[in-house]
Design a protein around this ligand. Structure first.
Ligand SMILES: [Fe+2]
Length: 473
C-alpha cells in the first residue's frame, strides 16, 4: 500500500482525476478549438455528442462528452435479438433468507465477457431508469476483435476477481486487474480482451459487476473527515484517445447492445473504435483499490461500514444510496474494549458481498465458506453478523486488546443498496458444473454460521422472572 503491486504491469497512459473535465487527442489538432461542432471538424472527423445526463441537468450533475470520430455511431444495421447471451429478462424472487454462494462454475465452452455475464440479483427497472442489477461474469476468451458491446440499461461497475481484463472503449484503453475496478458508462461501446497473466498464460477471467440503472457513481461526501481520505479523486484513471485507422477493405463489426435485460446484435462496416479525440465529463475510468485511504476508529467501537465507501450512487434521499461500492481492505484494528468484527445487524439496506482474495475477517466457520469468487446476500432486514467461531474469538481477545492488522492479502467488497434485492432463478439453481449437480448456493450457510451461536447469557443473581414491564403497586 498505497499502490497495489500488480503482477501484470501497466501498459497505458491515463488522464487523472474523478469527475473532472478531461480532453485527449490521439492526433494533435483533432480537437476543435473554442467550439464543439464546427462546419468541418479537423481532419474530416464527425462531431458526435454522447450525453449521460439530460442536457439541462444542473452543472454539478451534468455529464456529456464530445467525440470526434471517423464515422458516427448511428451508421449500423437494424438490431436483431441475440439469444446466445445468457442475459435475458429475469424473474426476480424477493426472499427473506440469508444467501451465500460458492464461486459460480467456469464456462464449459468458449465464452466471452458478454456471454459470460449472469445476473444474480437486482431491483427496479432499467426502462424507468430506477434500480440496479448485480452480476457475475466468467470469460475464457476475448470478445471478437471486430465486436463491441454497450448497455443502454446503465453504467457497468466491473470488479475483477481473477484474470486481467484489457478493455478497449470508444474513449480509449483500460487495463483492469484484480484489485482494480472500472466503470463503463451507459452507452459507451467497449470490447473486453481476456489478457495474459504474469506467467504469460491467459487464465479465465472471473468477477462481479453492478449495473446502475439510475444516475452515476460519485465519490462519497467526506463530512468531518475533511478534504482527503477514502478514495481520492486524483487516483481515478481515465483512458486517452486511441483509434482504429480505416482499412482499404471494409471490415464488418458486430455491435451487441443490452436494452431492458435483452441483448441485441447489429453490424456495421466500420470500427466503433474510431474516436480520434474527445473532451467532456462522461467517460470510463478505473481505480486501484490499494490506493483507498482506510478510515477507522482509534478509540472504541466498530464504526458503520459506510466509512469504507469507494463510490456511491445517490437516490433522491440525501445520504441514501441506490448503490454503494464498499471495500474491506487490509487495515489495522485498534479499538479498545471493543467487539471488533461487525456487530450483529438487520438493515433496511440490502448487502451483496463478494471476496476478491484471501479470507474475510468476520467468517471463519467451515472450509469452503466465503471464498474468493463466491458471494453472499443479506437482503432488507435479513439478520447477519460474525459466525460463531469469529464471535467467540473476538470476545476472547485478551485485555487490554492489542492493535491487530486484519485482512492481510485479502479484500472483500459489498454492493449495498437501499432497494430490496430479488434473486434470479439462475443464482438459486446453478450447479457446480455439468457433471457435479451440487448446488452453488450453500444451503447450509445459515446453520453453519449461526445455527450454533454460543449463548453467553448470565442470569444476574437475586433476579427472578423478568417482570420489569409490569406495573407494580
Ligand atoms: Fe451487513
Amino acid at each position: 500500500m498505497p499502490v497495489t503491486e500488480f503482477s501484470v504491469k501497466e501498459k497505458y497512459r491515463y488522464l487523472n482525476g474523478f469527475d473532472c473535465y478531461h480532453e485527449t487527442e490521439a492526433i494533435k489538432g483533432a480537437l476543435p478549438i473554442g467550439q464543439n461542432s464546427p462546419q468541418k471538424p479537423p481532419y474530416g472527423l464527425y462531431a458526435e455528442k454522447l450525453s449521460g445526463t439530460a442536457f439541462t441537468a444542473p452543472r454539478h450533475e451534468n455529464k456529456q462528452s464530445w467525440l470526434y470520430r471517423i464515422t458516427p455511431a448511428c451508421s449500423l444495421s437494424p438490431f436483431q435479438q441475440d439469444d446466445s447471451a445468457a442475459l435475458s429478462e429475469k424473474t426476480l424472487h424477493y426472499l427473506p433468507d440469508q444467501f451465500r454462494w460458492d464461486p459460480f462454475p467456469e464456462p464449459s465452452k468458449p465464452t466471452d465477457f458478454v456471454n459470460g455475464l449472469q445476473q444474480v440479483a437486482g431491483a427496479g427497472d432499467p426502462t424507468l431508469k430506477q434500480g440496479l442489477g448485480i452480476f457475475v461474469y466468467a470469460a475464457n476468451k476475448s470478445m471478437d476483435a471486430q465486436s463491441a458491446f454497450y448497455s443502454a440499461d446503465g453504467d457497468f461497475l466491473i470488479v475483477p476477481q481473477a484474470g486481467v481484463l484489457d478493455i478497449r472503449t470508444e474513449l480509449g484503453w483500460l487495463l483492469v486487474r484484480p484489485l482494480e475496478i472500472c466503470v463503463i458508462p451507459r452507452g459507451v461501446r467497449f470490447q473486453v480482451v481476456v489478457a495474459p497473466g504474469a506467467n504469460g498464460e491467459t487464465e479465465m477471467a472471473r468477477g462481479y459487476a453492478l449495473e446502475l440503472y439510475q444516475g452515476h457513481f460519485l465519490l462519497p461526501e467526506l463530512g468531518p473527515i475533511g478534504s482527503n481520505g477514502l478514495a481520492n479523486a486524483r487516483d481515478f484513471q481515465i483512458p486517452v484517445a486511441c483509434f482504429d485507422e480505416p482499412t482499404a477493405e471494409e471490415t464488418e463489426f458486430v455491435i451487441r447492445a443490452k436494452v431492458n435485460h435483452r441483448v441485441y446484435r447489429a453490424t456495421q462496416p466500420h470500427s466503433p473504435f474510431d474516436v480520434v479525440a474527445w473532451h467532456g465529463m462522461y467517460y470510463p475510468y478505473k481505480y486501484d483499490l490499494g490506493r483507498f485511504n482506510v478510515i477507522g476508529t482509534i478509540s472504541y467501537d466498530h464504526p458503520d461500514p459506510s466509512i469504507f465507501t469507494v463510490l456511491t450512487a445517490p437516490s433522491e434521499h440525501t445520504g441514501t444510496a441506490v448503490a454503494d461500492f464498499v471495500i474491506f481492505p487490509p487495515r489495522w484494528l485498534v479499538g479498545e474494549n471493543t467487539f471488533r468484527p461487525p456487530w450483529y445487524h438487520r438493515n433496511t439496506m440490502s448487502e451483496y458481498m463478494g471476496l476478491l482474495a484471501g479470507a474475510y475477517d468476520a467468517k471463519k466457520a467451515g472450509a469452503g465458506g466465503f471464498v474468493p469468487g463466491g458471494g453472499s446476500l443479506h437482503n432488507t432486514m435479513s439478520g447477519h453478523g460474525p459466525d460463531g467461531p469469529s464471535c467467540e474469538a473476538a470476545r476472547n481477545e485478551p485485555q487490554p486488546q492489542q492493535p491487530a492488522k486484519v485482512g492481510a492479502g485479502s479484500c472483500a467488497f459489498m454492493f449495498e443498496t437501499c432497494l430490496m434485492l430479488g434473486v434470479t432463478d439462475w443464482a438459486l439453481q446453478a450447479t457446480q458444473n455439468t457433471t457435479d449437480a451440487r448446488s452453488v448456493l450453500q444451503h447450509d450457510y445459515v446453520t453453519h454460521s449461526w445455527g450454533k451461536l454460543p449463548r453467553f447469557w448470565q442470569q444476574p443473581e437475586n433476579v427472578g422472572k423478568a417482570d420489569s414491564h409490569l406495573l407494580k403497586e
